[in-house]
Each structure stands twice: as structure tokens, then as C-alpha cells.
Design a protein around this ligand. Structure first.
Ligand code: ZN
Length: 151
């Protein structure tokens, strides 16, 4: 899923669960989007072929797979020890929702770099046009929910 969708999803879940998303909006944005920074080398490598090849499992580093979940969990423990439970909760929920959304609709190598085995979610959409439709509609719906929750 795209960065905007990840941000909207995290904001909505935190706002509906604890009611203080607006207070942590920058942290929510950073924690929900920063995981996708590992796509940059793939984008630079594929360049013009990016639109035809998309973001498959090859576009992810180990930080986008289960080893990354472990590292992010340890980082959130550090945030808890330094800044307290609310900051740690917001960072953990935002980043873990990112992993959950990506695992739910995409192709993944969960044990990379220890295994090359690719898993495809039963919810994963491989047809390009359907995938773009899912990304666009879910992001628009997420944006509307975000806008309503800001009010
Ligand atoms: Zn991602």
C-alpha cells in the first residue's frame, strides 16, 4: 500500500482507540511511512520500469519483513523507556499497521534474508488494474475518514 494510506489508517485507528492522534500527528506520519524508505534503492534501480513492475517482494529490504518487525519492536521498547507509554504506543501501532497492511495485500518474503520463500496473501491482488483501483479507492476512503476525524 502507499504511504498516504498507511498514514490515514494509523491516524484513524489511534484516534478511534485513544482519541489523541492529533497530538501525535507527526510521529504517526513518520512511524507509518518510514518503513517504505527501503523502496528508494529499488526505485533508483528500476527507474522507468517501475510502473510496469510495481513494488513486489524484490522492492523490500529485511526491514520490511519479520526481522524488521522485531527491530521496530525493540525500538518502540526504547521509546517507552525514554518517552513513556503514549509515544511508544503511537509508534508501535503506526509501524505495525504498516506491516499488517503490506502483508495482507501483497507479496512478501517474511524470513528474508534467511529465506527466499515468497508468500502471497490470499487477499493479494495481482492484476495491475485491480491493484491500482484498490490503492486509489482505499486511499481516498482513508483520506475522507482522516478529514472527518480531524474535524
Ligand atoms: Zn510498505
Amino acid at each position: 500500500m502507499n504511504g498516504l494510506f498507511h498514514f490515514f489508517l494509523s491516524y484513524a485507528i489511534i484516534q478511534l482507540s485513544w482519541g489523541y492522534a492529533r497530538e501525535f500527528i507527526v510521529l504517526i506520519f513518520i512511524a507509518s511511512v518510514i518503513i517504505d524508505i527501503d523502496h528508494i534503492p529499488y526505485i533508483l534501480k528500476t527507474k522507468k520500469k517501475l510502473m510496469s513492475e510495481g513494488f513486489g517482494e524484490e522492492s523490500r529490504s529485511f526491514m520490511h519483513e519479520l526481522p524488521g518487525v522485531l527491530i521496530v519492536t525493540v525500538l518502540c521498547l526504547g521509546l517507552f523507556l525514554v518517552y513513556g507509554v503514549d509515544v511508544a504506543r503511537v509508534a508501535a501501532i503506526s509501524s505495525l499497521l504498516h506491516y499488517a497492511a503490506d502483508f495482507a495485500v501483497g507479496r512478501t518474503r517474511p524470513f528474508w534474508p534467511f529465506s527466499d520463500k515468497v508468500l502471497v496473501s490470499p487477499l493479494g491482488i495481482t492484476d495491475k488494474k485491480k491493484r491500482i483501483f484498490l490503492e486509489v479507492t482505499s486511499t481516498i476512503i482513508g483520506g475522507v475518514v482522516f478529514w472527518l476525524l480531524l474535524g
